[in-house]
Design a protein around this ligand. Structure first.
Ligand SMILES: [Zn+2]
Length: 248
């Protein structure tokens, strides 16, 4: 065994046992345990970690721990660009695509509404999620920290909030999504692109009140649902406007 000391910063403390929060503490580690192994054994999924310093030097997840090492573990920085320091992940994901776990159906719909490709199926097992995320380069969204500890999941977000609108705000802030949002470009039900369609072509499928009141329509080519700027849409637009408004 070797003994190393750890200090976790900011919201990573939420994952720790109370007596270990916001302070340096010592911990016995198996000889040659990796820093990733110890961080996860202490309760923090690797997807939540953006920077690890061992004795002041940025290291990768597989760094073995030595006697007396001092380990500082940081989440994503809000304000400070640390990209030159990062050694954790080979490459950032270029296009932001998501996979929401079974408990985040509400968040999945809101992300689609904002235009982010988000897979969701409440029949996915953990191993399906791991495989699909890996194959398709998706960021896994979950409130299950054991899922996020899986080795095959390189990009993930632990979602702290419980309510879908708050979850959306949290993800927007953490991943800085404002500039990439394309509201109303995806079908809320099947995650497929929407296509603008002439009113004349869908006239016979519209309720009378919609026919009178609305001029612009979009259709999903997968489920054939028609979307218009009705009250549901307006409510969602108001929500997105508050999410998209940059924080002062
Ligand atoms: Zn659809």
């Amino acid at each position: 065994m070797v003994t190393a000391s750890f200090r976790f910063y900011e919201e990573l403390n939420d994952f720790l046992a109370p007596e270990r929060r916001k302070r340096e503490f010592e911990c016995a580690c198996a000889r040659d345990a990796s820093v990733k192994h110890m961080i996860e054994a202490l309760g923090v999924p690797h997807t939540e970690v953006e920077l690890i310093l061992v004795n002041g030097e940025s290291v990768g997840f597989e760094q073995p721990l030595r006697q007396g090492d001092r380990v500082a573990v940081y989440p994503k920085f809000e304000a400070l660009d640390i990209s030159p320091l990062l050694r954790l992940r080979e490459r950032p994901l270029r296009t932001l695509r998501f996979l929401a776990d079974a408990h985040l159906g509400g968040l999945a719909r809101l992300l689609r509404l904002a235009g982010f490709d988000t897979l969701y199926d409440n029949h996915f097992h953990d191993h399906d999620i791991e495989r699909i995320a890996n194959d398709e380069g998706r960021i896994v969204l979950s409130r299950d920290r054991e899922l996020l500890k899986r080795r095959g999941i390189s990009h993930g977000c632990y979602v702290h909030a419980l309510q879908p609108e708050r979850q959306l705000r949290e993800i927007f802030a953490r991943l800085d999504l404002v500039a990439s949002a394309r509201p109303f470009s995806l079908c809320l039900e099947c995650n497929a692109p929407l296509r603008a369609i002439d009113k004349a072509l869908v006239l016979d499928r519209l309720p009378e009140s919609v026919r009178l009141r609305h001029q612009r329509f979009a259709i999903c080519d997968v489920c054939r649902r028609i979307f218009w700027e009705g009250t549901h849409w307006q409510r969602m637009q108001a929500l997105l406007a508050t999410v998209l408004r940059p924080t002062p």
